[in-house]
Design a protein around this ligand. Structure first.
Ligand SMILES: *Cc1c(COP(=O)(O)O)cnc(C)c1O
Length: 463
């Protein structure tokens, strides 16, 4: 088995199936690149991976696989690092990345605010007693029920996204005799994905109100003139997995230009500015994220410069990281089921989850890394593709990664950086029960989201 797998590895080289250009066979296939893993991940002396001292074999035996393992100390440290770096600004955790009652409590404890974008996310926040005045409500199609509930519980701010919503919210606020704080979500023609951003004039997407087309200004003026909603600021979110702050710079320049237009038209200085989230994390050796301190320094400088240039008072800044807080704090543990060499072209390592616990690879070609977690291996590196158990050939977890060539059924494989948009986008495709999330901290390993069972699946099926 190991010999054949090794041959297949050699064939990869001969036939040019080397994976992406940047991927190199590691000198030691057991080595862990610290940037990819939560802070308390390490190999024990015998080579087994552990999170905060909890061995993956024991976690898998107790809780089953696939399993999300959340390193609580790591998550809290990332939250506190952002709060410290952005002192004087508000840090909203973008709950859509991963939300559970335990996460809500940690976010509150670390002094963050919390963004939700549906009634369901709002319900989780309220179930964990999150202070409503520290909640933000997002979404491009909030229902009357969602907006009404947000007003009734007293959320701190609502980011409005359309004229229909402004009308809807104005009516609801009038009915209730309340004056909710709102920001106008603008699209400023900046789109950022990983290492690149583009700044265009047109803004063809569903989110926000166009800056270049004048809709954002019209919305701000309508809110001010109606006098029912309390317009506190402008909002922009330019994308995700961003490494280059130049995108934020262009966005801030354009959005503060709009703030100046509002001031010129109505004599109103908007006291807040939200520059959104999207800060990148390391999924592979190619990603080199900036520290929260670097981000904060850069963003503050951009806003200060731009305000000075336009003679605007500096607004209170807010940001909305999701991925950067929870992404690196979790890994997914899978058990290998089959190892298949396909005509010497590629080795497919099938694991017991897949697109039901991580849709990102199939959805937008996301890249991930992986390591053999249950043991150390002396075998050489084998270029593998880690795939799931679903009925789709695009059901890929990790497109290209070097695993030891003796990888075999029963091994555990760990994929780092799966905390954001893994469990939160999970599905029941093929009636696979959704995976559990276990939080490890000190001596404790505790289920915070339990694994679904067949009973759970059948409970919804009322015949
Ligand atoms: C998704 C989203 C975020 C968070 O994005 P990350 O890439 O997880 O940091 C922040 N703000 C808004 C408006 C979003 O839609």
């Amino acid at each position: 088995m190991s010999g054949r797998a090794h041959e297949a590895g050699a064939l990869h080289q001969d036939m040019g199936h080397r994976g992406p250009e940047w991927l190199r066979a590691p000198a030691d296939v057991n080595a862990l690149l610290p940037a990819l893993w939560s802070r308390s991940v390490a190999r024990e002396d015998d080579g087994e991976l552990a999170v905060a001292g909890h061995r993956v074999g024991a976690l898998a035996a107790q809780f089953g696989t696939p399993l999300f393992v959340l390193d609580v100390a790591d998550f809290k440290a990332r939250c506190r690092d952002f709060v410290t770096a952005f002192a004087g600004a508000d840090v909203f955790y973008a709950g859509k990345a991963f939300l559970s009652k335990a996460v809500v409590r940690w976010v509150a404890e670390c002094g963050l605010h919390l963004d939700v974008c549906t009634g369901g996310e709002l319900a989780v926040a309220l179930a964990a007693d999150f202070p409503p005045e520290r909640l933000g409500l997002h979404g491009n199609n909030k229902s009357v029920a969602e907006l009404g509930r947000a007003l009734d519980v007293g959320v701190g701010r609502i980011v409005v996204d359309s004229f229909d919503e402004i009308d809807r919210l104005t009516a609801l606020a009038r009915e209730r005799g309340v004056r909710p704080r709102v920001l106008v979500r603008t699209t400023c023609g900046v789109e950022a994905h990983t290492h690149e951003f583009i700044a265009t004039a047109h803004e063809d997407q569903k989110f926000g109100l166009s800056l270049s087309g004048g809709a954002a200004l019209a919305a701000a003026l309508r809110i001010i003139d109606d006098g029912v909603l309390d317009l506190v600021g402008l909002h922009s979110h330019i994308g995700s997995q961003i490494f280059d702050t130049a995108g934020f710079e262009v966005a801030a320049r354009r959005i503060l230009g709009l703030a100046a237009q509002v001031r010129d038209a109505r004599g109103v200085d908007l006291p807040e500015l939200d520059l959104g989230g999207g800060f990148g994390i390391a999924y592979t050796s190619q990603d080199d994220p900036a520290s929260p301190k670097e981000l904060a320094d850069r963003m503050r400088a951009i806003v200060a410069d731009e305000c000075r240039a336009r003679a605007l008072p500096e607004p209170r800044l807010s940001i909305e990281p999701g991925r950067a807080l929870i992404g690196p704090a979790m890994l997914t543990l899978y058990e290998v089921g089959t190892v298949k060499d396909v005509d010497g072209i590629r080795t497919y390592v099938s694991v017991d989850g897949g697109m039901s616990d991580n849709i990102r690879t199939a959805l937008y070609g996301a890249t991930y890394s992986a390591t053999l977690a249950s043991r150390r291996s002396a075998a050489g590196p084998l270029l593998a593709r880690i795939v799931g158990k679903h009925c789709e050939s695009g059901d890929i977890v990790v497109s290209d990664e070097f695993l030891p060539s003796d990888v075999r059924p029963g091994d555990l494989v760990a994929v780092p950086g799966t905390g954001a948009y893994g469990r939160s986008m999970a599905s029941n495709y093929n009636h696979v029960p959704r995976a559990a999330v276990v939080a490890v901290e000190g001596d404790e390993a505790r289920v915070i989201v339990r694994r679904e069972t067949e009973d759970d699946l059948l409970r919804l099926d009322v015949g």
